[in-house]
Design a protein. Structure first.
Ligand SMILES: Cc1ncc(C[n+]2csc(CCOP(=O)(O)OP(=O)(O)O)c2C)c(N)n1
Length: 288
C-alpha cells in the first residue's frame, strides 16, 4: 500500500467500530471538516489518542497518530509539541482518561499553557469497558461499578481549566457538527492550551442523555446578549450551570505558550537542533 502524506484524504479505509448512534461519529465528522477548512494535510498534524472508544479513532483518522496509555494522551502530546513546535498537536481522550487517570496532566499542562488541543469525548462514563462511572458521572447514577448509585459529586472540567489558567476553554455538542467544527477550528488555531469538552451521547450505556435530551438542554453562548469570552469570572460562573448547558467558547485569551518561554527551545524546536555536540559518554559510564 502506498502512503501519500499530502493527500486531501482525512480517513483511513477502516470502517469505524463504534456502536450505531455513537457521538464519536459526529466528532470524527467535525475533525474531517476542520482539517479540510484549515487545509492541514496528514503530515502537518499529530493526533495523540488515549485508550477507550474515543481512542479507537486512532484507526480511522488519516494523519500522524500516537496511541498512548490510559490518561497519558496529554503528557505525550506536550512532549511532541516541545519536540516540534510547528505541528498542531491534538489529543483525543475520554472523560475517564482525562479527568480520572490523567487529571494531574490536565491541570499541569493547563497551568503551563502548553500549546496542545485537548478534545474530551465526554460521555460521562468509561464506555469501552462497559459503562463504569467516570469522574463526570452525575451523583446518584447507577452504573455497573456503582450499583447503589455514585456517591461522589461530578468533576467540573471547564471550571477546573478556567481556574488553572487555561487560555482557551470551550464546550461543543457531537450532535451539531457545523458548530463543533467552528469550535474545533478555533481550538486548533489557538496558540496555547485549548480544551474543547464535547458532549457525546453514548446510546449504549447512557440512554438518559440522548441527542434529543441534549438538544432540549443546550444553549449557545454566542447567542447570549452581552456574553464576553474574555471574562474569566463570568466564564467560571457559566460552568456552574447544570439545568441548561451552555455550549460555545467560554473563555479565551492570548498569552505566550510554554515552548515560547523555554530558552533552549523558543527559537529552534528540538527536532531542528543538532546533536553533534552532545556527548552522552560520561552519562553512560556509570552503567558500563
Ligand atoms: C493502559 C490501559 N489502562 C486501562 C485500560 C482499560 N480500559 C480500556 S478503555 C477504558 C475506559 C476508557 O474510558 P474513557 O476514558 O471515558 O473513554 P471512552 O471509552 O468513554 O471513550 C479502560 C479503563 C487499557 N485498555 N489500557
Amino acid at each position: 500500500m502506498t502512503t501519500n502524506l499530502h493527500s486531501p484524504k482525512r480517513v483511513t479505509a477502516l470502517p469505524p467500530t463504534w456502536c450505531p448512534g455513537c457521538g464519536n461519529f459526529g466528532i470524527l465528522g467535525s475533525i474531517k471538516a476542520a482539517l479540510d477548512q484549515l487545509t492541514v494535510t496528514p503530515d502537518q498534524a499529530v493526533f495523540v489518542y488515549d485508550v477507550g472508544c474515543s481512542g479507537n479513532m486512532a484507526d480511522f483518522v488519516y494523519a500522524y497518530g500516537f496511541h498512548s496509555l490510559h490518561g497519558r494522551a496529554l503528557s505525550s502530546a506536550a512532549g511532541i509539541k516541545l519536540a516540534n513546535h510547528h505541528l498542531p498537536v491534538i489529543s483525543v481522550i475520554g472523560d475517564g482518561g482525562c479527568f480520572g487517570e490523567g487529571v494531574d496532566h490536565f491541570i499541569g499542562l493547563s497551568r503551563g499553557n502548553h500549546d496542545i488541543t485537548v478534545l474530551t469525548h465526554d460521555n460521562y462514563l468509561y464506555s469501552l469497558t462497559t459503562g463504569q462511572k467516570s469522574p463526570l458521572t452525575p451523583k446518584g447514577t447507577v452504573t455497573p461499578s456503582t450499583p447503589d448509585g455514585t456517591i461522589d459529586e461530578a468533576f467540573n472540567p471547564l471550571g477546573v481549566a478556567i481556574l488553572n489558567q487555561a487560555t482557551f476553554v470551550a464546550r461543543g455538542f457531537a450532535g451539531d457538527i457545523p458548530h463543533l467544527t467552528k469550535l474545533l477550528i478555533a481550538a486548533i488555531s489557538h496558540s496555547g492550551f485549548s480544551l474543547l469538552d464535547i458532549l457525546q451521547p453514548c446510546p449504549t450505556y447512557k440512554k438518559d442523555r440522548s441527542y434529543a435530551w441534549y438538544r432540549d438542554h443546550i444553549y449557545y453562548l454566542d447567542q447570549e446578549a452581552g456574553y464576553q469570552t474574555n471574562d474569566r469570572k463570568l466564564a467560571l460562573q457559566k460552568t456552574l450551570e447544570t439545568d441548561r448547558l451552555p455550549v460555545g467558547i467560554f473563555f479565551e485569551e492570548t498569552k505566550p505558550a510554554y515552548h515560547q518561554q523555554v530558552i533552549s527551545l523558543k527559537d529552534t524546536p528540538l527536532v531542528s537542533q543538532t546533536i553533534d555536540s552532545i556527548n552522552i559518554g560520561p552519562a553512560l559510564k556509570e552503567f558500563i
